[in-house]
Design a protein around this ligand. Sequence first.
Ligand code: GTP
Ligand code: MG
Length: 446
Amino acid sequence: MAATDLERISNAEPEPRSLSLGGHVGFDSLPDQLVSKSVTQGFSFNILCVGETGIGKSTLMNTLFNTTFETEEASHHEDCVRLRPQTYDLQESNVHLKLTIVDAVGFGDQINKDDSYRPIVDYIDAQFENYLQEELKIRRSLFDYHDTRIHVCLYFITPTGHSLKSLDLVTMKKLDSKVNIIPIIAKADTISKSELHKFKIKIMGELVSNGVQIYQFPTDDEAVAEINAVMNAHLPFAVVGSTEEVKVGNKLVRARQYPWGVVQVENENHCDFVKLREMLIRVNMEDLREQTHSRHYELYRRCKLEEMGFQDSDGDSQPFSLQETYEAKRKEFLSELQRKEEEMRQMFVNKVKETELELKEKERELHEKFEHLKRIHQEEKRKVEEKRRELEEETNAFNCRKAAMEALQSQALHATSQQPLRKDKDKKKPASLRPGPVWLLPVLLR
Ligand code: GTP
Ligand code: MG
């Protein structure tokens, strides 16, 4: 036997053996235990209503759950589409249902409808994200977690009798991978029977040709396969909603009364309301919840984890454990961190070097400036010295002249004091030999 065959045999799981029991053991009560646990826990169901303002969303919800939810009317002046969730606790027999109805308020009211689908997609994703975050927590409490993921989107089509609007096609296309879509023709009492038939065919044709995947009632469970297959052929359901009760015969029924007659909501000849209620609530509610978890949420989770770098196998198709992936991611993160740190350190060193060079250059410039100023100062000093010397020389010369003049002056004074004695003699001298007046001396000395 080849080694690989041996390996295959040793790795193969042993086939479980069928044994018969000798008597009653009790695990046949397991389904009952499950039922009882689910009943105690309660259920949650979340419906998203998308359709233009005033199309009959609230009326249909009231009619479906046979109650009054008291929702506000939306205005036609919303800047953008806004999602308004409202949660109610309902009880039927001993079953508790936490029902959330999310209204896409203002849908179709904006002049530019390019992004009308975006708030709806974001809302659905946000609910998936909340669930994923709860799942990824170390201490998870999924048992009592309020699951707000949208289980079904009722898409209200305007009963134009023509075709789908491009807004309907674009929105449904954007939503079909995220939520179970059940398209319904609203206010079906405003369209004639033959027109309605053609309208339904037209809508289905357009959905198929545009690749829009709507929710198909499951046909794999034998118990409901037949009814679901029949109902799939009736899509989209044409519904009428009403909160009025009208007396028909001797019975009070939900209906819309017109001058020409009464449209009974629960009369299958008048509209598909009963089909919708059967399919949505009585037969497929659990499948819608299941599909949301196993198909739509799974897709979101896979994309999100892949985006975060997690994968199930490496390049050689070897299975990866979560821990290994985490370790690999951690290493990758640490080396990235190190690389960034090194980059920053290098940047810092370069910056310091640059600043050092700049400072040196500045220092050199300052030094040059100082030297230049020093030279100018020395030159000035030299000039001042020269001037001082000149001034000193002039002062000396002046002092000499002054002394000479003082000597002359005293001579002159002396001569004047002896004048009377010589008066006569001088009278005989010519005028040029006589001593001059004293006031003439300073003029002479200059
Ligand atoms: P907003 O929440 O304001 O967007 O409106 P809505 O989509 O919830 O519509 P709503 O249920 O408030 O109904 C608006 C009007 O349509 C009311 O006058 C209802 O009586 C009427 N209406 C509701 N359902 C039907 C229907 O099946 N047929 C007809 N003819 N009128 C309906
Ligand atoms: Mg409403």
